[in-house]
Design a protein around this ligand. Sequence first.
Ligand code: IMP
Ligand code: MG
Length: 175
Amino acid sequence: MQLIRPPLISKETIQKRVIELAKEILNDCNYEELHVIIILRGAIFFAVDLLRNLPPVNSIDFIKVSSYTGTQSSGKLVVDILPTDKISQQHILLVEDIFDTGLTTSYIKEWVQQQSPKSIKLCVLLEKEKERNGVNISPDYVGFHIEDKFVVGYGMDYNGRFRNLSDIYVLEVTE
Ligand code: IMP
Ligand code: MG
């Protein structure tokens, strides 16, 4: 297992794009009404940087759904943590690290939809370029479109490791 150098996306490039994303969100949304739900754990670094570039939002909450072991999606979703703040009649901004198969985000978006929000927007740092079968949602805000490779860093992990790297790397896994 090794990190491919140089990084796929450097911390400087990430920070610049995060500022732009915050501006895009501000153009569309009234920040005072915005209820941000961070999808744990991968989105934490991204969400913190994004939120630092926004004026005070209404609330910040968390949701956690697991679907991964290693580099292959197990296809099974387990809800670990659900948001506790009120969702009904609120403008929700979901923040996620990566849109891969899209199954996790679809599941979460559907769950949020069932709580009758006024609106839901989905912001992801990375979207992998790939065919998606059976997934009919797409993110409203995307930081970077990347190739369909396994990446780590800036919140993203391989079996729990590499999350706290400031840059994003492709990880070569030889199992
Ligand atoms: P999806 O359900 O296939 O879209 O997967 C979403 C989740 O899988 C993300 O929240 C990530 O936690 C994880 N994931 C997908 N691709 C990667 C990757 O390249 N690196 C690290 N985690 C990933
Ligand atoms: Mg994850």
